[in-house]
Design a protein around this ligand. Structure first.
Ligand code: F6R
Length: 611
């Protein structure tokens, strides 16, 4: 989704903003632009990649110590030069960038048109800027006050940053619902949608809260709430290193992140799990473990890959804790007036911690009295901050748009939560508890062994890359893995793929099976194994091509499947962390072999900050 970068200080602003926009490319976008003040306000923007903007600006005078930059992911109006940000006010003195959606923009636009405003774009952003300008002129007030008045009427979500030709020593920013981080340097400030454009300059950051307005000069940061009361900026230390947001010798971020998993899974467990001592500590939920164990039910809300992790957690938590668990798409949960309230615990699962659907879902559940537990990857993110308690996944920055290492870290942390609650509740035997601790303790190693199959999986990818459709099937804990495998494939190879419970296949999708259809079975040894073997037979009987992910040493399925990928044995609760790895690699290689940009698939955004 839209990316925001801004700089004010002694250095040349344009190169910093341009580099920052490149760092944010992973969020997904279709156009880019910058505004700077050098005597007068200059705005340059173009449909296409940041590199195209850079080329367009080469040789131009971009000298300035203040600049704002933006990558746009189209919502209102097609991707085009004129719809790109920054937008300018009617008098040409103000430029603004925006991430989010102004929901009442149509009404505001009508009012402004009646007052003589002329719009150059189709965007809600330009409407908001004209609205601010209108207030500034009619109330004869400064930009900050006009912004405050305007925001009181705005319905929707936003991060906005403004520059004013008449005040080239000040940036003004505001936030509601979309993320904004301010990096605090020595005599300089950096603004961005996330920390990746900031980390190489400073580790000190301030996360702006909803309904706050920031007035930023090179050596001063003033934060106020919407009622104009000063707030004390809370400076936090970033715990990421520059290397974590660079490719480190891999062809793509996605491949790097797939290969990082032995480490990231280990990191998600580090300091929490001590298998030798038989202990499990989860500091973030310590005070809520009892509430959790007494929950009437647990509702997991999430989107996409995180929702798949939630499905695995449903199986885990019900089995370990005997507490009813529901897994909801956050976008549906929020708007269908769900029965939720005191006694319910909501677990919000989100890599970015900024997904608007998930954020609004938990906001409404919280208002109704539910306890919110966040399982987020990005430290300090909106979902993490609004949650009553939670556990970070500690997978490090995930830059590839298709989620990989965040998923396995989510599975590991959700398993820890299930185990913690089961212990608290007394619903698990000491023996099973210890066994699962041992299983989690060894899972990073099993993932490392699975990654050694990369070349074999690449060869399988080459064999099937031209298929038109794929079916992914699994049962029990492997059913959500099948869903995740299908999602990965469609995201980065644009091949139609469906995930299904293996048994449900005969109630419809089996009609699709013929000699051209590759069917990926996640068929590791678990309590459903025999049944899955029968499902494989059903596909083979209809000439479907079977690619099976099986447990090492399996002697049955290799005799039936066309291609077999053997992964190390793991307890079925932990197995998804291992069995998803070949599916990530299969999708990656098919995407690459088809020549697609797997790190930035078309139409997708990394952090989906609109509903
Ligand atoms: C899939 C993917 C998306 C996200 C979804 C939720 O590869 O990345 O489906 O999982 O948009 O995002 P988070 O986890 O950031 O809430």
């Amino acid at each position: 989704m839209c990316g925001i970068v801004a700089y004010i200080g002694q250095r040349e602003a344009y190169p910093i903003v341009l580099k920052g926009l490149k760092r944010l490319e992973y969020r997904g976008y279709d156009s880019a632009g910058v505004a700077l003040v050098n005597g007068d306000l200059k705005v340059y923007k173009k449909k296409g990649k940041v590199a195209e903007l850079e080329e367009f600006l080469s040789g131009k005078d971009v000298h300035s110590h203040i600049a704002i930059g933006h990558t746009r992911w189209a919502t209102h109006g097609e991707p085009s030069d004129r719809n790109s940000h920054p937008h300018t006010s009617g008098n040409g003195k103000l430029a603004m960038i925006h991430n989010g959606i102004i929901e009442n923009y149509a009404q505001l636009k009508q009012e402004l048109i009646k007052k003589g405003h002329v719009f150059k774009s189709d965007t809600d952003t330009e409407v908001l800027l004209h609205f601010i300008e209108e207030i500034q002129e009619s109330n004869k007030c400064g930009l900050e006050e006009a912004l405050r008045i305007a925001l009181k009427r705005v319905v929707g979500a936003y991060v906005i940053v403004l520059v004013d030709e008449d005040n080239p020593d000040t940036l003004i920013a505001a936030r509601k619902g979309s993320p904004l981080v301010i990096g605090v340097g020595k005599g300089e400030h950096f603004l961005a949608s996330d920390a990746s454009p900031i980390v190489e300059y400073t580790k000190e950051v301030v996360y702006v809260n909803d309904y706050e307005i920031a007035v930023i000069k090179a050596d001063e940061l003033i934060l106020k709430n919407i009622s104009n009361e000063r707030q004390t900026p809370y400076i936090q230390k970033l715990d990421i290193e520059l290397a974590a947001i660079e490719k480190g010798g891999f062809d793509h971020f996605m491949l790097k992140e797939i290969f990082e998993q032995p480490q990231t899974i280990f990191d998600s467990l580090r300091g929490r799990l001590d298998a030798k001592k038989g202990t499990l500590t989860l500091g973030g939920i310590r005070e809520h473990a009892e509430i959790l164990s007494q929950a009437k039910r647990i509702i997991i809300v999430a989107c996409g890959t995180s929702w798949h992790a939630g499905l695995v957690a449903e199986y885990m938590i019900e089995e370990l804790c005997r507490i009813p668990v529901e897994v909801e798409y956050a976008s549906e949960f929020r708007y269908r007036n769900p029965v939720v309230g005191e006694g319910d615990v909501i677990i919000a699962v989100s890599q970015s911690g900024e997904t608007a659907d998930t954020l609004v879902a938990i906001e409404s559940a919280k208002k109704k009295g539910a306890i919110i537990l966040g399982v987020c990857n990005v430290v300090g993110s909106s979902i993490a901050r609004i949650s009553d308690a939670g556990a970070y996944t500690h997978a490090g920055p995930e830059i590839g748009v298709a989620s990989t290492k965040a998923f396995t870290a989510q599975l590991a942390v959700l398993c820890l939560i299930g185990l913690k609650v089961a212990m608290e509740k007394g619903s698990i035997t000491q023996q099973r508890f210890q066994h699962l601790l041992d299983e989690l303790d060894s899972v990073s190693e099993k993932v490392a062994l699975t990654l050694k199959l990369n070349d074999q999986i690449k060869a399988i990818a080459d064999k099937y890359k031209d298929a038109r459709d794929f079916l992914y099937l699994g049962r029990g804990y492997n059913f959500p893995v099948a869903l995740e495998g299908a999602l990965k494939l469609k995201e980065i190879s644009y091949i139609h793929a469906e995930g299904y419970p293996a048994a449900e296949m005969k109630h419809g999708p089996i009609a699709l099976v013929d000699e051209h259809l590759p069917v990926v079975f996640v068929a590791t040894k678990d309590s459903y194994y025999e049944k899955v073997v029968s499902n494989i037979q059903e596909i083979k009987a209809r000439k479907g091509k079977v690619i099976a992910v099986v447990t090492e040493g399996d002697v049955t399925i290799p005799g039936m499947a066309d291609d077999v990928i053997e992964v190390p044995e793991a307890d079925e609760l932990v197995a998804p962390i291992v069995s998803v790895i070949p599916l990530q690699l299969l999708a990656y290689h098919i995407g690459v072999l088809k020549g697609f940009d797997v790190d930035k698939p078309r139409n997708l955004a990394k952090s989906v900050t609109v509903e």
